[in-house]
Each structure stands twice: as C-alpha cells, then as structure tokens.
Design a binder for this molecule. Structure first.
Ligand code: GLN
Length: 197
C-alpha cells in the first residue's frame, strides 16, 4: 500500500502520524529529500508556516516539495500546512515563501489576536456529521480559484461564512487541526483518496 509522509521539521508531527496510523496506512517522518522520495503522499502539519518554510530551504526540501506537488502528489495541509500550500498569503512575514499549488489566497492569523484560538462545530462536505474544529492562530481562505472546492465554512460568530477547508484535485487543506483529538474522518478522506490513486 501507499506510504504517507508527514513533513517533520516542525509542527504537530506526532499527532498526524498517530491519526494516519489509526487508519492503517504506512507512515514516514520526512526531514530529507530521500524520505520525501519514498512517500506517495504527504501531510503538512500545523505549526509555524514561516519557520517551516525556512527549515524546508535549509534541509533542501523546498524545491523537491514543489516538484512533487507539481507532479500531482496528494498533500493534506492543516493550519500552517494550509498556508504552505497556498499560492498567495496575506499578512505573511516579509518575503514569506510557500510551496504553493493550491489556487487560493489565505490570510495568516486571520481570526485575530483577541481570539487566538477557538473551537466550533463545522459542517464538512462529504461527512454526515459536523466536525469539532480546533482553530489555533489559524488562517482562513479569502479567495479561491476556479478549480477549488470549498469543503467547510465557519458556521457561527464573527467569522461566520469564512472558508476553512478546501480541496483542489489532490490537495486538501484545513484551517483547523483534525490531527488534534480522536476524530480521524478527515484523515480518512485524504487516505481514501491516496489509496484510490
Ligand atoms: N499562525 C501559524 C502560521 O502562520 C499557524 C498556526 C497553526 O498552525 N496552528 O504558520
């Protein structure tokens, strides 16, 4: 079966490895280009997108990652991972680089400093029951290109209607952290897609 890598230079790597392990898929922490080459798909975890992109440069992973994304490797990005997948970032640090591939514009730390973190139950396309979503200094998606499907929006409060999950072909991204907690349904959507080839 396929091997799903987790970008492991920074972020909540262990939580993703655990969620993927629950689904019975082979996993690999990715710190070096050789490890990326051994993967059929990749998870970009939550963490700090600016640190992650700098470390990707340092470890020689930036260009290989971009190349694999261009070739159509399935990638699932959560929070900082969503930012890394986005073609455009607002409120990034000066010169912030992303991997790109996902035709969206995200706003970093979008929910505001007063509400660094919050939780909400969100409806998620393809799932029968809502997902309990944990947002931690999360981005939201402000613009989506034509080929991008919106999978979830915030359902309540001041951020109501904001886009927090998208898919574009093999690329899946959430503003929140499905790796936190016991619910593996969103990882399963990703793994099913990887297994379907
Ligand atoms: N604010 C972080 C960033 O810009 C993302 C936070 C997270 O992944 N929980 O990368």
């Amino acid at each position: 079966g396929p091997t799903v890598g987790v970008f492991a230079l920074q972020g909540d790597v262990r939580e993703h490895l655990h969620a993927l392990g629950e689904l019975g898929v082979a996993t690999l922490g990715v710190r070096r280009p050789e490890e990326l080459a051994a993967c059929d798909a990749l998870v970009l975890p939550g963490g700090e997108s600016t640190t992650m992109s700098k470390l990707a440069v340092t470890f020689g992973l930036l260009d290989p990652l971009r190349a694999r994304i261009k070739e159509g490797m399935p990638v699932f990005g959560t929070c900082a991972g969503m930012i890394l997948l986005a073609d455009h970032v607002r409120d990034g640090i000066e010169g912030q680089q992303t991997l790109g591939g996902l035709d969206v514009t995200v706003r970093r730390n979008a929910f505001g400093r007063q509400v660094d973190s919050f939780e909400d139950d969100v409806e998620f396309a393809g799932l029968d029951e809502t997902v309990h979503a944990v947002f931690i200094r999360a981005p939201w998606v402000e613009e989506v290109g034509e080929g991008v499907d919106v999978l979830a929006r915030v359902g309540h409060g001041p951020a109501e209607g904001r886009i927090v999950a998208v898919r574009q072909g093999p690329l899946l991204a959430t503003s929140f952290h499905p790796e936190v907690g016991r619910d593996t349904r969103i990882h399963r959507l990703f793994v099913d897609q990887v297994r379907a080839g």
